[in-house]
Design a binder for this molecule. Structure first.
Ligand SMILES: C[S@@+](CC[C@H](N)C(=O)[O-])C[C@H]1O[C@@H](n2cnc3c(N)ncnc32)[C@H](O)[C@@H]1O
Length: 286
């Protein structure tokens, strides 16, 4: 769908106001999204403030209208822009992988406080690489590994790693079966698919890969598969942390204990909801 274009002016300020109106029915944050779209075609985050009377111009107008048509057609903003910010990294993002969520920063912040002094760190279900690349950026001295079953997602993750100059060992396959048998990890992280196949939210998420969202009949299948396989890849006193749905905390805690994990804890996201559960393999050093 091509939106009706404005006829009364070409200044950036004029376009900003017009974009806000166009986005109002399609976004929870039309003001913010109008800025992001305009900044994208200007290739600058300051021009809007420093030169609000400057003309947009023909070439940029075409680009802007193409992006807006995709957005009002229902495509999530990060896919329209082709990149998205996560933990201060500018990541390339497209339909090959899930859009990294602010909720996942809770998992990364926990991990940053629990990184080992040395050894290997693993991200299971890496998608566009958001989690492992944030850790690799913070601690390039560690050995960073990431697994995904989707060739498309892993190709995108590799592109992000290369663009950021951050070395990660990317492995294709089914959870821990993708890893060399002898490889051990001091820290394991995962934000796996955790929706049930009949979850009511799925209709709002139709632009994203279903394999990144749905775990199975109950939504808990990925945690069970990971916990069954990861025991063969742990250093003594290794730590693990999972992102999960805000109602899945009690179940995750029980599952971790059943698999022999200790020091089981749940951490809340910025909205105060249970979001990440962590544990230690065996008794931690004093
Ligand atoms: C919820 S997304 C998380 C993406 C990214 N880590 C993030 O937090 O934005 C889950 C990822 O797990 C991957 N995945 C699903 N089943 C898998 C399996 N059996 N083995 C490996 N990866 C899998 C999906 O392809 C997807 O990229």
């Amino acid at each position: 769908m091509t939106p009706e274009i404005p006829t009364s002016g070409d200044s950036l300020r004029h376009w900003l106001a017009w974009l806000r109106t166009q986005l109002a029915a399609h976004s929870d944050a039309p003001e913010q999204e109008a800025h992001w779209l305009l900044e994208e075609v200007l290739d600058s985050s300051t021009a809007l403030w420093s030169h609000p009377q400057a003309p947009l111009g023909e070439a940029r107008r075409g680009h802007l209208l193409a992006l807006l048509a995709r957005r009002v057609g229902g495509e999530p903003l990060p896919y329209c822009l082709g990149h998205w910010s996560f933990m201060e990294l500018d990541l390339r993002i497209d339909r090959r992988a899930l859009i990294p969520r602010p909720d996942t920063e809770t998992l990364v912040r926990w991990a940053l406080e629990h990184l080992p002094n040395k050894g290997a760190v693993l991200d299971l279900g890496t998608g566009c690489g958001a989690i492992i690349l944030a850790l690799a950026q913070a601690r390039p001295d560690l050995d960073h590994w990431a697994v995904d079953r989707s060739e498309d997602a892993l190709a995108l993750a590799r592109q992000n790693g290369a663009a950021l100059g951050l070395p990660v060992r990317w492995c294709i396959g089914d959870w821990c079966q993708a890893l060399p048998a002898e490889q051990r990890f001091s820290l394991v992280l995962s934000n796996p698919p955790y929706l049930a196949v009949d979850d009511a939210h799925l209709s709002e998420l139709s632009a994203e890969p279903i394999s990144a969202l749905v775990a199975g009949e109950t939504g808990l299948e990925a945690y069970q598969a990971i916990l069954a396989g990861v025991v063969h890849h742990l250093e003594p006193q290794a730590r693990i942390a999972f992102e999960h749905g805000h109602e899945q905390g009690p179940w995750l805690r029980q599952l971790l204990r059943e698999h022999g994990w200790e020091e089981v804890e749940t951490h809340r996201d910025l909205a105060g909801r249970e979001r990440v559960s962590s544990a230690v393999w065996g008794t931690p050093y004093a």
